[in-house]
Design a protein around this ligand. Structure first.
Ligand code: ACO
Length: 438
């Protein structure tokens, strides 16, 4: 008998089945059986066969991926094998985006070509301004970003040819270039400010800051500390394996939809308060708590299930989120320039109490990436509604890397889960005059 296998006895029939066990890079992390192998477990020839029932994908792998590795028990995050701490310390976002997309860090020439390609696709069609003009001045910037990402599809109909590698490359440049422009336009729209076109002489992040904050000056010069801090935040948010929005990107794109519509769908998933929308929710929560003396009562409310501690907990991390550690340190550097955001003290106190409390300890609830990021964005001058947009901008490269990997994976097909049907077995149609309200 092969040692790397699973023996299953079906007690309904007494039959025994042997299913192979497959491994990824780490034998102790990611051993799996094929869901389709369960199908041969049947009680009769006309039985469909056994399925695994896994609402919310609690323990199902939907793909093999070589992009991002997370060990949630030990608080480890790596992109293409590189620890996130090293990348945050030594790399920059454009280099990391190349790494995620191509598997290796770029040479100098590759890096220059990559940055040039993205930079020279950052301008959006003039008609896009009309799309923005259709929104109310107080529209939330996330729906504006989601809609305008989808609208790009209408400007680039050839993008539907997703099996052509040259077409894919062009859309990757366009999406990475234009996501900053659209995100900045959403911000300027809510402020009633004129849109600022990209400045190709600035860095990716520096240009984003230019499009957000340039006023009447001839040339915008980003503050180097804030530019560096935002770049690190972009690195930390670039990818996070099969999270809700990335899974959405893969699922929509599995139908061979174009990457603009798939990215819009991914951004829509990110908008939810249980996912990327949590950074906005954290600030709302901190403001509601208001002062240090209210923290113990708030923690009590959370334990009584009257409130959620937003920015805490994670499906995968059962340890401190390594990104939150870097962000907490980064906050101090940003505050040197912007002045301290008073909410940081509330957040630190909440964390201190929560990490000593059995409710949080026993459930392995730790701060996640969203707990401290909003406090930094707010110190930089961004309104809380804008935080999820600043998450979506760097996550675009993760979505695109995962999209490309899926397209090139010969095992992938259109995503189509099964269900366990629990409805009425069969009944006869009744004309409306004979029906009773049920
Ligand atoms: N506050 C209070 N209790 C919590 C929290 C929280 N933030 N998170 C989880 N719990 C509790 C749950 O009530 C549950 O308790 P129970 O077993 O007694 O019922 C237990 O911890 C396990 O939580 P689940 O909801 O089963 O965990 P799941 O993996 O489904 O959810 C999630 C993870 C959605 C992140 C959750 O922790 C949460 O809602 N956190 C707050 C929102 C947030 O910060 N989201 C951002 C995540 S990071 C990102 O997406 C970028």
């Amino acid at each position: 008998m092969a040692s790397d296998s699973l023996t299953i006895v079906d007690n309904r029939t007494g039959k025994q089945y042997e299913l192979p066990i497959h491994y990824g890079t780490f034998p102790l992390y990611g051993a799996s059986i094929r869901g389709a192998d369960l199908k041969k477990i049947k009680i009769s020839d006309d039985d469909f066969g056994l399925m695994s029932y896994d609402p919310a994908f609690l323990n199902s792998a939907s793909c093999q991926s070589g992009i991002t590795f997370i060990d949630g028990e030990r608080g480890i995050l790596r992109y293409r094998g590189y620890p996130i701490e090293q990348l945050a310390e030594q790399s920059n976002y454009m280099e990391v985006a190349y790494l995620l997309m191509n598997g290796e860090l770029p040479t100098k020439t590759q890096y220059d070509d990559w940055v040039h390609g993205i930079t020279h696709h950052s301008i959006v069609h003039e008609n896009m301004k009309e799309v923005f003009h259709g929104f109310h001045y107080d529209a939330h910037p996330m729906p504006m970003l989601i809609s305008t990402l989808a609208a790009l599809s209408a400007f680039y109909p050839a993008s539907r040819n997703v099996m052509d590698p040259d077409v894919r490359k062009l859309q990757i440049y366009r999406l990475l270039g234009k996501v900053t422009t659209l995100a900045a336009m959403a911000y300027r729209h809510t402020k009633g400010l004129p849109y600022v076109m990209p400045d190709n002489d600035l860095s990716y992040v520096g240009n984003f800051m230019n499009m957000l904050w340039r006023m009447a000056e001839c040339r915008y010069t980003p503050n180097p500390t804030l530019e560096k801090a935002l770049d690190v935040l972009f690195i930390l948010h670039a990818d996070h394996e099969q999270n809700c929005s990335t899974n959405t990107m893969r699922i929509v794109a599995s139908a061979e939809s174009d990457p603009y519509c798939a990215a819009a769908a991914a951004a829509a998933a990110l908008y939810g308060p249980l996912h990327g929308g949590a950074n906005e929710a954290v600030l709302k929560m901190l403001r509601q708590i208001g002062s240090m003396d209210k923290v113990p009562q708030f923690i009590k409310d959370v334990k009584d299930r009257k409130a959620m501690l937003m920015g805490f907990g994670h499906r995968v991390y059962k340890n401190y989120d390594p990104r939150a550690k870097v962000i907490k340190r980064l906050a101090e550097e940003v505050f040197e320039v912007t002045g301290k955001n008073p909410l940081i003290e509330l957040a630190v106190e909440l964390e201190r109490i929560a990490l000593q409390d059995d409710y949080f300890v026993s459930r392995k609830l730790f701060p996640n990436v969203d707990f401290y990021s909003g406090i930094i964005y707010e110190a930089m001058g961004m309104p809380s509604e804008y935080f999820t947009v600043v998450f979506a901008v760097p996550r675009m490269c993760g979505w695109l890397a995962q999209w490309q990997e899926m397209i090139l994976d010969a095992e992938q097909k259109i995503a189509r889960p099964r269900q366990v049907y629990t409805g009425v077995a069969i009944r006869d149609y009744e004309p409306i005059e004979k029906r009773r309200a049920r």
